[in-house]
Ligand binder design. Sequence first.
Ligand code: PA5
Length: 461
Amino acid sequence: MIELNFSNMMEDVVGVNGLSGGIIENFRDRIEDAHKQIQDRAWPELAFIDLLSQDTSEIKNTARHIRETSENFLILGIGGSALGPRAILEAMSPFHNLRKKPRVFIYDNVDPRTLKHIISLVDLKTTSVNVISKSGSTAETAASFLILWNKMKKVLGREASNRFIVTTDPEKGNLRKIVNEEGLRSLIIPQGVVGRYSVLSSVGLLLAKVIGIDSDELLRGAMDIHKKCSDSELWQNPAYLFGVLLYLMDKEKHRTINVMVPYADSLKPLSEWFCQLWAESLGKEEKGLTPYPSLGATDQHSQLQLWTEGLQDKVIIFIRINDYGVDIKIPDIFKGTEGFNYLSGHTLSELIKAEEEATELALAKAGRPNMTIIIPQIDAYHLGQLFHFFEIAAAFIGALFGINPFNQPGVEEGKNLTYGMMGKKGFGAKRKEVEEHRAKRGKWKVNKLNLSQCPHNCKTN
Ligand code: PA5
């Protein structure tokens, strides 16, 4: 089971920048309200909790089919439809494509160079394409689907349809329509489950099975932590404690930035997944917590200076791994070099663990609040726990802020303006807005600015 150690968030350890048990206790009524909102399913999107007991037989059958027929597995999706699969891939099968088949590619952008590279690296005849989009209308995913569909049709003709697996809403959207019309293989993202809470649906579980990971273990881990995270008693509930500490750090101490620092390369994509969960769920109505992804021990040499002596606006969240599962001894050589001798005889896991503990302490000594999530090892069971733990915490913090942690109205405007520029029907006014703005932007450019013609009469000398 994952553990949360929050000693370094408390004033008796870090001094005035920490919180007291009393402040937390005084907050009990709000915590109970937030707990009630979750238990009563105040938002239908809390349906992500039901994923823990879903029937996974169709996902498993589909994964078996892909493994039997494919050398390459290409995911097309973005945001919650890609970050979760990538977190599972990297955590459970680092350097996957150099070691195993099917090779996995996750195309979660519309950068033409990346897609060109992927297409040049795979044989489309032996590639399965998993198009993932809950809404079925996201422009990036739609564009890459259209390109791949066209290319696969050219290479495989009618057979191409057998190489697509569409993961989308059970009833609605453009992709569901195409699934029905073309008779494509498909999986569902249950209604109510939104992108950034969907990693434990077919979105993440299919990829897990395709790369040979036990998806039942992901769900078992999530279910076990869920029991703890449903406890109404705050001091027994790690997700609520995590949430209330971060919330109070914002409200009481103006610490609005949450830095996520796993001490494992393979968990770096997990911290990116976490950042989306925090940013899209909590950043609204001029409230929220700003997430920022990092990596230990690597970023000790690029960011630690800022955390230790920069603005007092951050909480650092470490993920400590108790057992790396493998280890490498540091050899006893160059005996004459005093500066290396202390390392000899130790192992890399001893060193990385010492660095993590030392960084926690250095921050605590500098009065910088931090807390640590401890996982026994990186495996499917504990990865499932981490996903669900953060999801419950996000919903809980959203309730404390009094915002809806499941919508993302701030994403819409950019999408609508893009539709306008790309000529989508009904978005003509948006196109006009872009054109008007372009005219304003023309004035303030440094590369073409000729000072003799400066609108503010700046003179050249
Ligand atoms: O969390 C979310 O809802 C978003 O980040 C979506 O995952 C993202 O916008 C992609 O949406 P869709 O899966 O509908 O293509």
